[in-house]
Ligand binder design. Structure first.
Ligand SMILES: [Zn+2]
Length: 352
């Protein structure tokens, strides 16, 4: 039934998992995220279709001890694992909305091994899965995982928990209740917790950094080169000097951007990206949430998220270089408010 109602969730996406990551861990994380997204879509789709009615599921299993919340009110959220000291939290190796081959990273990753995982808010266990449920068919993507319901349409999920019996399988949980231990199960290239928070019964997946107590750093995003990928190869354009290129047709303009955060080896996504040709109108990507609307998962600005990336790079949709000189201003902002702005000065010989 799910399959009929939610086509696409069950399609094989492994063809997208090949990549050119610098490390095995990165590659593994990438393929995992495909599956993570699928799981979230399933949850979201189920909620959309009212196939999951948490209240009904829970009748007879326990009484959810949820605080009465006014419609639209949100729970008070806390970090499931704290590494470092507030507000300089460490181990945030991946952020919401990173540049990926073909999908959206829907949560945060915290590098951790064996650390107790705590609920981000009071709630109850909606669903959990461990090897004892089916030792012969482990969940490929999330590994051992737990979904929590927090009332008023808010859910959260916790993946890759350590093997072995779950600490809790049902009932009410508080932010002080350990629900598992960070591990490396499922498609995970190193011990870490992947978690996500959704609102509106799964229709909206929100960047956890905007719900949790602040985590900051002082390192601004790094804007790399423009990539124009043609059958003949890859044309790279730097912002550090005036460039001249030839274009034989309208190719997508792709941009390499990373946000280092506190750990220099991480390649995290940015919070906002905007660009404009000098004298033109700016286009903006905002990665604070994605919402299921009109048949697609969309950014705040309405853009379809699976058109935002290509070849692991940010795709500047709608941008077309004019014949002659182009001055392209690009601005990237990270989750701590650090901003990088650069100017690409590129003269184009258009042959189309
Ligand atoms: Zn993740």
């Amino acid at each position: 039934m799910f399959q009929q109602l939610c086509p696409g969730l069950f399609s094989t996406r492994s063809e997208h998992t090949a990549g050119t990551s610098r490390t095995e861990a990165a590659l593994s994380r990438r393929s995992l995220r495909l599956v993570r997204l699928g799981a979230t879509l399933l949850l979201a789709c189920a909620a959309t279709l009212d196939l999951v009615n948490a209240q009904q599921i829970w009748r007879g299993v326990g009484t959810p001890a949820l605080h009465a919340q006014a419609p639209g009110e949100r729970p008070e959220f806390s970090w499931p694992i704290v590494k470092g000291e507030y507000p300089r939290l460490r181990g945030l190796t991946s952020t919401f909305g990173e540049s990926r081959v073909d999908h959206f990273h829907n949560g945060l990753d915290i590098a951790a091994s064996g650390d107790p995982v705590h609920p981000v808010a009071p709630g109850f266990i909606l669903y959990s899965r461990t090897p004892s449920d089916d030792p012969f068919a482990p969940e490929q993507g999330p590994g051992n995982f737990v979904y929590l319901y927090h009332g008023q349409g808010w859910y959260s999920g916790y993946y890759h928990l350590q093997s072995g019996e779950a600490l809790v399988r049902s009932g009410n949980v508080k932010p002080t209740t350990p629900i598992g231990q960070a591990g490396n199960t499922g498609h995970s290239g190193g011990p870490h917790l992947h978690f996500f928070i959704t609102a509106e019964n799964g229709r909206k997946i929100i960047n956890p950094l905007y719900l949790l107590p602040p985590a900051t750093d002082e390192n601004p995003p790094i804007i790399g080169q423009i990539n124009i990928i043609t059958p003949a190869g890859r044309t790279l354009v730097s912002h550090s000097r005036a460039e001249r290129i030839r274009l034989t047709k309208r190719y997508p303009i792709l941009l390499n951007i990373i946000d280092p955060g506190l750990e220099p080896y991480t390649r995290r996504g940015v919070y906002r990206l905007s660009w404009k040709l000098k004298g033109g109108v700016a286009t903006d990507y905002n990665f604070s949430s994605i919402t299921y609307r009109d048949g697609d998962w969309r950014l705040e600005g309405g853009q379809v998220f699976d058109q935002v990336f290509q070849y692991n790079l940010y795709k500047l949709n709608g941008l077309e270089f004019q014949n002659g000189r182009n001055e392209l201003i690009v601005r990237a902002e990270d989750h701590s408010g650090n901003i990088t702005e650069v100017l690409f000065d590129v003269t184009v010989d258009r042959e189309y």
